[in-house]
Write a protein that binds this ligand. Structure first.
Ligand code: NAD
Length: 342
C-alpha cells in the first residue's frame, strides 16, 4: 500500500516537480491537495484524480485529521509559513515533509521538532540533493564508502556558488523578495544548497563562520539580502568558501578539493542536469552518468519508507535545524563584520 501525500501549496515547485513525480515513486501517492485557491485545487485535482472530498483550504485544513487517505502532509509554502503549517499537520496526526529552508529561526525549528516528537510523527526536510545519485556518488568519491577510503585524499577545500535571478515578474519570486514571507534572501533560498553541501561532503559540522553581505540591486520591493559570501572552518581543518546571489543568471556548482584529486559537480543541484567529474592528481578526468536519476522520486520514497518502516528519515528536522543555526550565524557574522563561533 502506497503512503498517501497531501500537498500544501500549489505553487511552482509543487505543480512542476513534486506532484508529477509522485507518480514516479515506488511507495508514495498523491491523495489530497491543500490550497487557498479552491478553483486551482479543483483543476489540479481533476488532472490527478483527487476528488473534492480530499481538497482542503487553510480554514478547513484541520479536518484532514479525519482523512484516512493522508499519511504525510508535504508543506511547499513560503518559508515563514512552514512552522505554523507543520504544527497544524502534527496536531492533525499526520507526518510532515517540509521544504527547505525548514523555518526562519532556530527557535521555530526546535518547536517543529518538538511538535513532531509530542505527536509521535516523522518530520523530514526536502533536501532533494541528498537523494540525488550524482551527489551521492560525489560523497562516495570524497568520503569513501563501506570502509573504503575516498579517492581525493585528505579533504582540504569545498567551494560552492549558488545563484539565480530574483525576477519580480514571477509570483514565485514576489514572496522571496519580502522578509516577512521569505525570512531571508539568497542565503535561505539557494545559498542553503552550498551550506548543506559542505556539511554532507565533509560529513562534519563547521565550528566558525565568517561572512559578508554583497551589494544589492537597490530595488525597493526587495527587503531581503541579495547576496552573501561566507567561509566555514571545520574541525578537520578543511574549509568551505561559498557565495550566493540573486543577481546572476544561475550558479549551482560545487568543487571538493583534496590532496590527491578534485571532485566537481557543475551543475550540482539542478533539477534535471548534473555533471560529475573526478580529476585525480594524475591521469585523465573521469565522468559519471546516472541516466535514470530522479532525485524527487527518491526523496519522496525516503519519506514513504520512513513512515512505513517507522524509522527516522535520512534528512530529519534536526538536519534542517543545523542549517538554520548556521545561517543565523552567517547573518550575525555579516552584520558584525567578524567571525562567529558555533
Ligand atoms: P511559489 O510561490 O511558486 O509557491 C508557493 C505557494 O504558496 C503558492 O501557490 C502560493 O499561493 C502559496 N501561498 C500560500 N499562502 C501564501 C502567502 N501568505 N503568501 C504567498 N504565497 C502563499 O513558490 P515555490 O518556488 O514553489 O516555493 C515554495 C517553497 O518550496 C519554498 O519554501 C521554497 O524554498 C521551496 N522550494 C524548494 C525547492 C527545492 O528544490 N527543494 C525548489 C523550489 C522551491
Amino acid at each position: 500500500e502506497r503512503i498517501g501525500f497531501a500537498i500544501v501549496g500549489l505553487g511552482a515547485y509543487a505543480l512542476n516537480q513534486i506532484i508529477p513525480n509522485l507518480a514516479n515513486t515506488q511507495g508514495a501517492k498523491l491523495t489530497a491537495l491543500v490550497s487557498g485557491n479552491t478553483e486551482k485545487a479543483r483543476e489540479v485535482g481533476k488532472a490527478y484524480g483527487i476528488s473534492s472530498d480530499h481538497i482542503y483550504d487553510y480554514d478547513n485544513f484541520d479536518r484532514i485529521a479525519l482523512d484516512d487517505t493522508v499519511d504525510v502532509v508535504y508543506i511547499i509554502l513560503p518559508n515563514t509559513l512552514h512552522r505554523s503549517m507543520t504544527e497544524r499537520a502534527f496536531a492533525a496526526g499526520k507526518h510532515v515533509l517540509c521544504e527547505k529552508p525548514m523555518a526562519i529561526t532556530v527557535e521555530d525549528c526546535e518547536a517543529m521538532i518538538q511538535a513532531g516528537k509530542a505527536a509521535g510523527k516523522k518530520l523530514m526536510i526536502g533536501y532533494r540533493a541528498q537523494y540525488d545519485p550524482y551527489n551521492l556518488k560525489a560523497i562516495e568519491l570524497v568520503r569513501g564508502k563501506d570502509g573504503k577510503p575516498g579517492q581525493i585524499g585528505d579533504v582540504r577545500l569545498f567551494t560552492s556558488d549558488h545563484g539565480r535571478l530574483l525576477n519580480l515578474d514571477h509570483t514565485r519570486d514576489q514572496w522571496r523578495a519580502k522578509k516577512e514571507l521569505a525570512g531571508g534572501g539568497a542565503l535561505y533560498d539557494i545559498g542553503i544548497y552550498a551550506l548543506n553541501g559542505a556539511r554532507y561532503m565533509f560529513d562534519e559540522e563547521p565550528t566558525e563562520v565568517m561572512a559578508r553581505f554583497r551589494e544589492g540591486s537597490g530595488r525597493s520591493e526587495v527587503t531581503v539580502e541579495e547576496g552573501v559570501e561566507w567561509s566555514m572552518a571545520f574541525p578537520s581543518k578543511a574549509v568551505a568558501t561559498c557565495t550566493t546571489s540573486y543577481l546572476v543568471a544561475q550558479g549551482k556548482l560545487m568543487h571538493i578539493y583534496g590532496a590527491e584529486g578534485t571532485v566537481s559537480l557543475n551543475p550540482a543541484t539542478d533539477y534535471f542536469e548534473r555533471n560529475l567529474t573526478f580529476q585525480p592528481a594524475e591521469g585523465p578526468q573521469q565522468h559519471f552518468s546516472f541516466p535514470l536519476a530522479n532525485q524527487f522520486a527518491a526523496m519522496l520514497d525516503e519519506m514513504a519508507s520512513a513512515v512505513r518502516e517507522d524509522r527516522e528519515p535520512k534528512t530529519p528536522g534536526e538536519e534542517g535545524l543545523k542549517d538554520v543555526r548556521i545561517m543565523e550565524a552567517i547573518y550575525e557574522s555579516a552584520r558584525k563584520q567578524k567571525p562567529v563561533s558555533l
